[in-house]
Design a protein around this ligand. Structure first.
Ligand code: ARG
Length: 264
């Protein structure tokens, strides 16, 4: 199989100028040099784990473009682009459409009345569409995607504004295990996911460090902070745990997984 590829976008214009989730304080100071160092460190950690990183050019108008996870949902060479919930991010859709069509993808859209925020809320898992709705993405969008890609939808409802995307409170590993924060879900036992994953709960402490927003590249799991109890859990599963501190991006409510989308 060809090398794994992921898409990122450099933080040249990253800032927190509006607030669309409880982590964001509009106008809070972001140390841009530190953000750039953290982003470069995440990028090189991903490369060391065995993935090639492609980069979408940054845009001065869209500070949240760094969170490429939200660009859309990818199935082979097909992508369905996000319909962002908030006006502040809607302009990113055209930038992502251009990038994907210039890079050999067949680009589609979801009906505009259905909100959908990409890998933030859904991913393709074998013959299933695993997803969440209720805060940023609509259930109808997930059902539309499942139909379009001919996947069986396995979807759950989120319960808290603080954990507004699936990738803020759930991550799965190549071992078949997955970590999740029970309180983030309407059904705290996450029974809909039980047949697909061996579910391991994380503590509130870990959830608040966005531990579930770790990036998985082959057998490496990259966590956003070293102060995470689930690091031990993941090592116990035989996986390699790395840390890439992304504290500046946490000010925007995003950590490692939010800054990346897997292209294959
Ligand atoms: N500030 C961004 C927003 O609220 C952060 C997005 C994080 N992305 C993610 N996949 N969870 O939209």
């Amino acid at each position: 199989m060809s090398e794994k590829q992921v898409l990122m976008s450099s933080p040249d214009y990253f800032k927190v100028e509006y607030s669309i989730n409880p982590w964001m304080v509009a106008g809070v100071t972001v140390d841009l040099d530190l953000a750039k160092d953290q982003w470069n460190n995440l990028k090189s950690t991903i490369e060391k784990a065995g993935a090639e990183v492609k980069v979408v050019p940054p845009s001065e108008e869209y500070p949240d473009l760094v969170f490429t996870a939200n660009s859309g949902i990818i199935n082979d060479k097909n992508v369905l682009i996000a319909n962002f919930k908030y006006e502040e991010r809607r302009g990113e859709e055209d930038l992502y459409m251009n990038w994907f069509s210039n890079n050999g993808y067949s680009v589609g859209r979801i009906p505009s009345e259905f909100k959908f925020e990409g890998r933030g809320d859904a991913f393709v898992y074998g013959e299933y569409l695993v997803g969440s709705y209720g805060i940023r993405s609509d259930k109808e969008a997930l059902l539309f995607i499942a139909e379009e890609f001919q996947l069986e939808p396995i979807i759950v409802e989120l319960a808290q504004e603080k954990f507004y995307h699936l990738d803020t409170c759930f991550q799965q590993f190549p071992t078949g295990d997955a970590i999740f924060y029970p309180e983030a879900f309407k059904d705290q036992s996450l029974s809909a996911f039980e047949s697909l994953f061996n579910l391991i709960p994380v503590t509130e402490h870990d959830a608040n460090q966005l531990a579930c927003n770790a990036v998985v590249i082959n057998n490496t799991v990259i966590f956003p902070s070293k102060d995470i109890e689930a690091i031990k859990t993941v090592e116990g599963l035989g996986l390699n745990a790395e840390v890439a501190n992304v504290s500046e991006f946490l000010k925007s409510g995003g950590a490692c997984q939010c800054l990346v989308i897997a292209l294959n």
